[in-house]
Design a protein around this ligand. Structure first.
Ligand code: F6P
Length: 323
């Protein structure tokens, strides 16, 4: 193993830079050169990559976003796009590839490794935490802290104005952010895509929970079956006349910002292990974290399964929300 490439792909997440830093420092310590591919698979198709030296990754552990850039590449889904990418990988003479991203990125990585027989290691980087085979993805902890800070602020207005707030958080297919930030912020209701939303019960809960305080926080995952925060508000409004209601979509503030301590350490451990894994001849794996132990699972098995919030957490939420 003389030269490897690293890229970040899909939605950026806080801690991606800490991971790139760990990859570069671990590789250089093992006399392996690192090429940083720009803008994920899109940059690979276009042949854009640069050598990453030690000083290129100094002072980036605290930065959100990704210094490599990222993209969701439609072209990489095509055979033509991939054959261009493969051509560049061959020209660059890399012996292995590390892909930091979500499940869409891992699908691309798996296809690439099959089509050109290149050793690939995946590292889960997404705020959604929706990757099977790991308890935590890089960026999830920071995003939850951002959400909780925002909800604490919204609560000030909610209680001062006696309002009902529907707060929409990210999570296209998964309710991890909604569930755990809802628990941590003491939300009165949390709507997640993993459970069918009973709007009648929600209306009844709002009426009950606002009896004394007349304010309420309802966290809505963007992918909930009843819709986002605005859609849910519109649906329940006719049954809650006289209530002062607002919605707030937190949006991309959840993806940015300096990574939390947890995400910096997680990203560093994963980047370090990914390089060691390639060096020892492993391939087609995703680095994960189970409990406090780093683990490895075949990428192919990760792609076939869906990560779901634990039953215990959902059950606890229901109990805490009983009026
Ligand atoms: O996958 C991360 C995520 O932030 C999702 O929660 C969200 O649905 C999506 O990305 C938004 O993507 P984009 O920034 O491309 O609109």
């Amino acid at each position: 193993m003389k030269k490897i490439a690293v890229l970040t792909s899909g939605g950026d997440s806080p801690g991606m830079n800490a991971c790139v830093r760990a990859v570069v420092k671990t590789a250089l310590a093992n006399s392996i050169e690192v090429l940083g591919v720009e803008d994920g698979f899109q940059g690979m198709i276009e042949g854009r990559a640069r050598v990453l030296a030690y000083q290129d990754v100094n002072n980036i552990i605290q930065l959100g976003g990704t210094i490599l850039g990222t993209a969701r590449s439609e072209k990489f889904r095509t055979k033509e796009g991939r054959s261009k990418a493969i051509g560049h990988l061959k020209n660059w003479s890399v012996d292995g590839l590390i892909v930091i991203g979500g499940d869409g990125s891992f699908t691309g990585a798996q296809i690439l490794s099959e089509e050109m027989n290149l050793p690939v290691i995946g590292i889960p980087g997404t705020i959604d935490n929706d990757i099977y085979g790991t308890d935590h993805t890089i960026g999830y902890d920071t995003a939850m802290n951002t959400v909780v800070e925002a909800i604490d602020k919204i609560r000030d207005t909610a209680s001062s104005h006696h309002r009902i707030f529907f707060v929409e958080v990210m999570g296209r297919d998964a309710g991890f952010i909604a569930l755990n930030s809802g628990i941590a912020s003491g939300a009165d209701d949390v709507l997640v895509p993993e459970e069918w939303t009973d709007l009648d019960a929600l209306v009844a809960n709002i009426k009950k929970s606002t009896k004394g305080s007349r304010s309420s926080i309802i966290v809505v995952a963007e992918g909930d079956d009843a819709g986002g925060a605005k859609a849910v508000l519109d649906k329940v409004a006719p049954y809650l006349q006289g209530f002062d209601m607002r919605y707030s979509v937190l949006g991309h503030i959840q993806r940015g910002g300096s990574p939390s301590v947890f995400d910096r350490i997680l990203a560093t451990r994963m980047g370090y292990q990914a390089v060691l894994s390639l060096k020892s001849g492993e391939k087609g794996l995703m680095i994960g974290l189970k409990g406090d132990e780093v683990c490895k699972n075949p990428l192919i098995s990760i792609l076939k399964k869906h990560a779901k919030p634990s039953e215990e957490m959902l059950e606890m939420l229901h109990v805490l929300q009983t009026r």
